[in-house]
Each structure stands twice: as structure tokens, then as C-alpha cells.
Design a protein around this ligand. Structure first.
Ligand code: DQQ
Length: 665
């Protein structure tokens, strides 16, 4: 596995997971001769100019708060971003070929840039090797997508996942399997289920686990048949006394469910974990669509072998399209504990999550579950299933929760795809990872959103830390945060805007909402933002990824805060997706602006206001890598000064390797 303690970065002592890729990319059959890149040269020149400015003003500027210096840096930052934001990427707008669709599911690989008119960046071995993460779950090689059937059993966390054993692109899907004692360090086990039956010949697709009160494990999954019909199948451990659950048996009378009348043969997939009805039956839901209306079909069963379809839908929402990977679970209104999936009652709200095939985002809705009428009723129709709140406003899809009985918590897994070109993934030999598992609870302060937070076990990877108190950034300035190499970090930061400026700020005319997607990213300046951190930045600021807050005073006089991540300057390479994304985040009376950021090579996971809004980015820098990666605090507001206090930990690598019976942890 790629988590050896081989460190290519001489400037620090953190073990990394770099896997060498073939020296000759041509030999890997993946990349052609790069085109000459005028834009790249321009960026290099700008970078040199910034470097020159830095050296001219002060040979050693670290930690300085000199206003002149900061203004120069900020000017460079703004002009570079402005220049970049006007340039256009050479991206093919559509593809005539789709691997997924031909197999009965939507496209899953990132085929962007794979056609001839895409501009290819001359990636080299060390750039590509750097992208492999150090403490996120990844298979040793090849393609991975959705989390499947996560569960806790006899002292082990089990993680199954959609896996292509043959290539770094979607296809030939089987179930990979890994085990862990702590959700952080993993051991790879043999494939749990392969496509060896007519009813899953075209793929062993997504499914969920149910643990019965007697401890028995039930696995339901979608099979894509030899004729690409989506059916539901039952599987169970061959030997329940084996805590590693290595062997799985497929029920001999599979499939247990076919698409019902009126439902398309390729619109019937991803069964949920089952929950108990008050009548003692088990109930599941399965995603589908009717024309453009996303729907969740419901079935009751006593034995998981025969099912009764319940009339109507758990929920149906027009215009949302196919619902993949539906998840349905209770959260407590009273305690922080997670709840078993079957819990219902007065102290409980229900969460319904769908993965929208049409836009590849995971949407959730909070509401109540009317057991008698078999309906989910959202608290707020503006935040109905598939139209309002999202788990994550960046790259995060096909997620699934499970109830971890050992720690009485609900844990969320999410598939984090790539934002680079498929040919680069083929050259690396791997694609996709899983986000750090997150605990999910109801935000009892707002009552209207969930709180997601990295599982506490990730803190066991924290190494040395640096603390910075009350750093001040004047309007339009950048302050270096000296933590040394900044490729594996856990950052906790708080920001405060000058009180006076907050009070003085006037309503921005006709603006009630700052959209991260369409407001020009971190280069666009307002009175009260943007401000935040530049992660994966190089010293010359030729590459950086701003994770930031943007505050506006709405026409009603109230402050509204957006939390965003801007990829437009994350890499000088042109063949990666460079969107800006994010959303509003509630900041309550008396709260500071706060963020936690996990940086792990090509992934940046950010949690604002204790986890009310989260944004995950994939970034592919070419210069801000290894020992050259740095961290900065920036304030690009026009009026307000911002104060920041931070604690930054260097993060160790997780130990993710093939199963070894001698290693029990
Ligand atoms: N991935 C699986 C499907 C599911 C989709 C196929 C979501 O079961 O709908 O790999 O990413």
C-alpha cells in the first residue's frame, strides 16, 4: 500500500504516502507532448515579480505585520487573481462517449479534458506522486467510488466500497473491503463481492448493511444484471464468528427485488439500511425517478427475502431527477449521541439525503417521519429533499451514514472524486478517495441544519503544533503563517472583524446574498470580505487555494456570511477543474468566524462554524508541493481589518496497508 514512511520532502520529518508513477508518462500511455503554454509563462513571470517584491521589501518577512509589505502582497494577490479570472479554460463542453451511461448508470469518471481539444499540462512524476493523500482512505491502486455497507462488528470498523480492480477509471465494479480499529488506520482485505452472477454481472453496485437485534448482518446491494437491469440482491457473512467478515455469501434465490411496474430498468438502485416499523417489519427505501421527479420507493420485509412494496413514495420532489444512494436516519433533538436507524419519537428529527445524479451533489433535508403514512415531511419546503441544504458544497458524493454502536455516534462517509483529467488519473494509477469520516448531529442551536465534524480519532495523527494569537491583517493584506511545510495539516482558526467596521458597514445595494460560485472568488473585494486562509500556497503566491468568509450586510440590515473555497489559482495547470464553491453559513450572536481545515496533499476539507457548512476541494498544485507548500492568512476586504488566532498541527500519515494477521491495530 502507498502509506510507507518514505518521505520525499527533506525539510520535515512527516512520513508520507508518495507512490512513484512511471517516469515516462508516454510509456504509461497516458500523455502526449504538452502544448506550449503562454498563460503558464505569464503566471511564472507574475510569480517572479511577487518574489522580487518580497525580497526587495524585506529579506525575511515571516510573521511581519508591516502595512506596506502586506499591501504589496495583497496587490499582487488581487492582480494575479484578476488576470486569471478573465482567462478561460480550454475544456471540452461535452463528450460523445460515456462509460457509465453505456453500463446503465451516469458517468462516474471525470472524463473532462480527455478529448483532443483539451489543453494538457506537462505533469511530471513528482507532481503526480505528491497528489496521493497521506491520511485519507484510498485503495492501493485503481478506481474507487461510493462507500458501501459501512458497519462496526466485533471490534472492527468495516468499510466496503465501489472498486474497479482493473483500472483507474469507473467500470468493472466490485466491492473492495477494508477494516480498521479506529476509522483512520486501515488494512485491506480481499474483495468482498465480485461480479460472478447473472444478476450482478455488469457490476456489484451500491448497498447498505443492517445489523439485526440478534447481531446478524444483512447486506442489500444493487446488481446490474447481464442485461443491465438494476435489481436488488441479498448477501450475508459466510462465517458470522469471523470478526473480519472476509467471506460473503450471495443468497441463492437472488435477486430479491426487480424494478416494479412503471420504473425504468436502469432507475432502481442503492437500497438503504433497514429500519424497524412499530409492527415489527423491516423497511427500506430505494432511489428512483419518474420522468424528472426524484422518488424514494418503500418496501417492507420480514426476512429480507420477500418484500411488499408500499404504495406511494417516502418523498417525491419534481425536477430533481434520479435519486442515487438515498440515506434515511434519525437525529436527536436533545442529546449529542447518534441514534440507531430504527429510533423514532418525540425527541427525534429525521434526515433524508439523496445524491442527485443530475448534478452530482448530496442534498439533505431535516423533517419528520410519519410512520403511519410512510412519508418524510420536511420542516421547511425550501429545504426539501434535493433542493436545499447540502452535506458539502465542494466535491462530495454518494455518501452513506452508519450507526456506530461502540461510540453511540452516527458516522458519515463520502466519496471524494477527482477534479483533474482522466488521463492524469491513469498516469497516477489511482482515482478518488474517501473523506475523513464525519460525525453527524442536529445543530440544536439553529435547529435547521446538521453539524458535521471529523471523527475524533483523526486527532491521534496530530504531531507538533504552532499557535498564533491575534494576528492582524489590514484591508488588502496577506500575512505568512510560519508552520514550515504545509501539505499535511489540521488547522483550527478563528477570525474577528473590527467591531466598528461591522457596525459602520452599509447594506450592499441590491445584494442580499454573496454567491461563492459566481462572485469572482477571493479576488472580488467587499467592505467585509473576503478573509481567511490561503492553503497549499507557494512563497511567491503563484499558486494558492483561498478558504474564506465573505460577510455582507443585507438589505434588511442583517449580516450574512458565506463560506467558500476558491480553486481558480490553486494550480498553474490548465487541465484541472478550478471552480469556486461554498454556501451561506449561520454565524450566531456572540460567535466568531471559525473554521477547521484538514489539508492532505490534493484534498482540502473545510468545516465552518463548528461544521454547519462544509466545503471539500481537490487541488493539484505544481509548485506549492512538498517543502514549498505554505500557509497564509489573508484579508482582501476593502474596509475592515481582521484579527486571526490559529492553531496548526502537522499531521502524521495513517497506516493503510494490506491485512497482516500479526497486526491487531
Ligand atoms: N454508484 C453506483 C451506483 C450508484 C452510483 C455504481 C452513485 O449504485 O447509484 O458504481 O455514484
Amino acid at each position: 500500500m502507498g502509506t510507507s514512511t518514505n518521505n520525499n520532502d527533506s525539510s520535515n520529518d512527516i512520513p508520507c504516502s508518495y507512490i512513484p508513477v512511471p517516469d515516462s508518462l508516454d510509456a504509461a500511455g497516458a500523455m502526449a507532448e504538452p502544448r506550449r503554454q503562454v498563460k503558464g509563462l505569464l503566471v511564472i513571470l507574475c510569480g517572479l515579480l511577487v518574489l522580487f517584491l518580497l525580497v526587495a521589501f524585506n529579506g525575511s518577512y515571516r510573521g511581519s505585520n508591516n502595512a506596506h509589505e502586506q499591501a504589496s502582497l495583497a496587490a499582487a494577490l488581487t492582480s494575479i487573481v484578476d488576470e486569471k479570472s478573465t482567462s478561460s479554460e480550454t475544456v471540452p463542453s461535452s463528450s460523445t462517449w460515456s462509460r457509465g451511461v453505456s453500463a446503465g448508470v451516469s458517468e462516474k469518471s471525470n472524463w473532462l479534458f480527455s478529448s483532443n481539444n483539451g489543453e494538457m499540462y506537462p505533469w511530471n512524476n513528482s507532481m503526480l506522486s505528491w497528489q496521493r493523500t497521506a491520511f485519507h482512505f484510498q485503495p492501493e491502486k485503481n478506481w474507487m467510488n461510493d462507500p458501501n455497507g459501512p458497519l462496526y462488528y466485533k471490534g472492527w470498523y468495516h468499510f466496503f466500497y465501489q472498486y474497479n480492480p482493473n483500472a483507474a477509471v469507473w467500470g468493472d465494479i466490485v466491492w473492495g473491503h477494508a477494516i480498521s480499529r479506529d476509522l483512520i488506520h486501515w488494512q485491506h482485505l480481499p474483495l468482498a463481492m465480485v461480479a460472478d452472477q447473472w444478476y450482478d454481472k455488469n457490476g456489484v453496485w451500491t448497498g447498505s448493511a443492517t445489523i439485526l437485534p440478534n447481531g446478524k448482518i444483512i447486506m442489500l446491494y444493487t446488481g446490474s444484471t447481464n442485461e443491465s437491469v438494476q435489481v436488488q440482491n441479498l448477501a450475508y457473512p459466510a462465517d458470522p464468528s469471523d470478526p473480519l467478515l472476509i467471506d460473503w455469501v450471495k443468497y441463492p434465490s437472488n435477486p430479491v427485488l426487480f424494478p416494479p411496474p412503471g420504473i425504468g430498468a436502469t432507475d432502481f438502485r442503492d437500497p438503504t439500511t433497514a429500519w424497524l416499523t412499530s409492527e415489527g417489519k423491516w423497511r427500506i427505501t430505494i432511489g428512483s425517478k419518474l420522468n424528472k421527479t426524484g422518488i424514494a420507493l418503500v418496501y417492507d420485509t420480514l426476512d429480507f427475502k420477500t418484500y411488499e412494496q408500499i404504495e406511494g413514495f417516502l418523498r417525491a420532489v419534481p425536477t430533481t431527477g434520479m435519486w442515487e444512494c438515498v440515506d434515511f436516519f434519525p437525529v436527536s433533538k436533545e442529546v449529542e449521541n447518534g441514534l440507531n436507524t430504527s429510533v423514532n419519537g418525540a425527541g427525534v428529527k429525521h434526515v433524508m439525503k439523496v445524491s442527485l445524479d443530475d448534478d452530482r451533489h448530496d442534498y439533505y433535508s431535516i423533517g419528520s417521519y410519519d410512520e403511519k403514512n410512510v412519508k418524510f415531511i420536511p420542516d421547511d419546503v425550501d429545504n426539501d429533499v434535493g433542493v436545499g441544504l447540502r452535506y458539502d458544497y465542494g466535491v462530495f458524493y454518494a455518501s452513506k451514514t452508519f450507526f456506530d454502536d461502540s461510540k453511540r455516534r452516527r458516522v458519515l462517509w463520502g466519496w471524494i472524486g477527482e477534479s483533474d483529467a482522466e488521463y492524469a488519473d491513469v498516469a497516477k494509477g489511482w482515482a478518488s478517495l474517501q473523506g475523513i469520516p464525519r460525525t453527524v448531529t442536529l445543530d440544536t442551536k439553529t435547529g435547521s441544519n446538521l453539524i458535521q465534524w471529523p471523527v475524533e480519532e483523526v486527532e491521534s495523527l496530530r504531531l507538533r503544533s504552532d499557535e498564533f494569537k491575534d494576528l492582524k491583517a489590514k484591508p488588502g493584506s496577506v500575512v505568512p503563517i510560519d508552520v514550515g511545510t504545509a501539505t499535511q495539516l489540521d488547522i483550527v482558526a478563528e477570525f474577528e472583524i473590527e467591531k466598528e467596521e461591522l457596525e459602520k458597514a452599509t447594506s450592499e445595494s441590491n445584494v442580499d446574498y454573496y454567491s461563492c460560485e459566481s462572485s469572482g472568488g477571493a479576488a472580488h473585494r467587499g467592505a467585509l470580505g473576503p478573509f481567511g486562509l490561503l492553503v497549499l500556497a507557494d512563497d511567491g503566491l503563484s499558486e494558492y487555494t483561498p478558504v474564506y468568509f465573505y460577510v455582507i450586510k443585507g438589505s434588511d440590515g442583517n449580516l450574512k456570511t458565506s463560506f467558500c473555497s476558491d480553486q481558480s489559482r490553486s494550480s498553474v495547470a490548465s487541465d484541472v477543474v478550478k471552480k469556486t464553491f461554498g454556501s451561506l453559513v449561520p454565524v450566531l450572536e456572540g460567535e466568531k468566524f471559525s473554521v477547521r481545515i484538514l489539508v492532505d496533499h490534493s484534498i482540502v476539507e473545510s468545516f465552518a462554524q463548528g461544521g454547519r457548512t462544509t466545503v471539500t476541494s481537490r487541488v493539484y498544485p505544481t509548485r506549492a508541493i512538498y517543502g514549498a507548500a505554505r500557509l497564509f492568512f489573508f484579508n482582501n476586504a476593502t474596509a475592515a481589518s481582521v484579527t486571526a488566532s490559529l492553531k496548526v498541527w502537522q499531521m502524521n500519515s495513517a497506516f493503510i496497508r494490506p491485512y497482516n494477521p500479526d497486526q491487531t491495530n
